[in-house]
Design a protein. Structure first.
Length: 367
């Protein structure tokens, strides 16, 4: 089997309401969904995170020609050619996101060719369900509106929720934390994501002020390039620090671990180099006694890829999901992605179990 083409589909969906985080707001969700096509009539899907147009330009301008003629069933060969060959001197950035998408699509092809789910290719199920958490509580001027959103999610049986804060100084955000905790009660886990919006002193004040509200983890408290600052913060708070969604490759996570900067690692399959690279990061994290909760703010393609990985890797926890209608999400699943009582369940469909339908292309495709 040989790769004959790599296509990038830019998907864009207008949000039902604006989403705001510490680093700004947006009114659209965009996805770079990559389709790898073979001479055997089997195609696979992947997704690269970051700027979708940069992913498209890199694949169409460089990586498509590099991938043509390669055997998609030889995942290690794909990695050697694209990750360790062509982009050897490009250790971070959109080029790694683009390779991640192609590598993920090859796993989808391999599963379809062997007629098994990707989690079987990764060693088989280590669990029959995964607890999920909802990450779609975004900053709003009215704290009560944020609390109502959190309450809506909890009523679905989801026992862990994540709130995006950091648009204001910690002292002015504490009321939001208090109100949301009050509405959720003591039995729902509450995470806070700062989206790298604070500096070190502000992040420390936030941890000190918000600790009383039983925070499950504090995510991306400072700029991802400041591992030393994050490590110092981690030593000064009992709130676990979650980080890594903006990191690349195994080497990037090794540096985070060496610095003592993280309690929960958050590799993103669409950024770190693909499924195998994420699997390797999980293995390294296990040797360092670091938990792993993969990041997943993407379309249904990376939701599926992340779930398959987690079903096969024992030291992962909490699958990130979006309970709103803001992502091109459920449209990718011919059969509904199963979430019940706060847990996701595996599918036995071959590959990743997702499809790029004509309906998706007509509704959301820009190119």
């Amino acid at each position: 089997m040989k790769i004959t083409d790599v296509r990038v589909h830019l998907l864009r969906k207008k949000l039902s309401s604006p989403m705001r985080i510490s680093r700004g707001g947006f009114t659209f969700r965009e996805h770079a969904v990559v389709e790898v096509i073979t001479d055997a009539g089997i195609s696979g899907l992947g997704e690269g995170v970051g700027d979708p147009r940069m992913v498209k330009a890199i694949i169409e301008g460089v990586l498509c020609n590099e991938a043509k003629g390669l055997d998609p069933l030889n995942i290690e060969g794909i990695r050697k050619k694209l990750l360790d060959g062509k982009v050897y001197f490009e250790r971070k950035g959109s080029v790694i996101c683009a390779v991640s998408a192609i590598e993920t699509a090859c796993w989808d092809i391999l599963g379809k060719e062997q007629k098994v789910p990707v989690y079987q290719l990764l060693g088989g199920l280590v669990c029959d369900k995964i607890a999920v958490y909802a990450s779609d509580i975004y900053w709003e001027k009215n704290p009560r509106s944020m609390a109502s959103n959190a309450e809506r999610i909890a009523k679905q049986g989801i026992r862990t929720v994540k709130v995006h804060l950091g648009c204001l100084p910690p002292e002015k955000e504490v009321e939001r934390v208090r109100i949301i905790r009050e509405v959720l009660g003591p039995d729902v886990f509450l995470m806070i994501d700062l989206n790298a919006g604070y500096d070190g002193p502000s992040a420390l004040r936030a941890a000190q002020l918000w600790k009383q509200y039983d925070i499950y983890w504090l995510e991306e408290p400072v700029n991802p390039g400041l591992a030393d600052v994050q490590a110092a913060l981690r030593k000064q708070t009992d709130i676990p620090i979650a980080s890594g969604e903006n990191e690349f490759r195994l080497e990037g996570f090794k540096y985070l671990f060496d610095q003592g900067a993280v309690d929960i690692a958050m590799p993103d399959i669409g950024r770190v180099g693909g499924i195998q690279e994420t699997h390797d990061i999980c293995a390294l994290a296990k040797t360092r006694d670091v938990a792993v909760s993969p990041h997943n703010f993407s379309s249904g393609v990376l939701l599926a890829a992340t779930a398959h990985l987690m079903f096969a890797v024992s030291n992962t926890q909490l699958l990130e999901i979006d309970t709103s209608d803001n992502a091109v999400y459920h449209e990718f699943f011919p059969e509904p992605f199963q979430i019940k009582d706060g847990f996701a369940f595996p599918s036995d469909r071959p590959g990743l179990g997702v499809e790029l339908s004509q309906e998706i292309l007509e509704l959301y495709c820009e190119n």
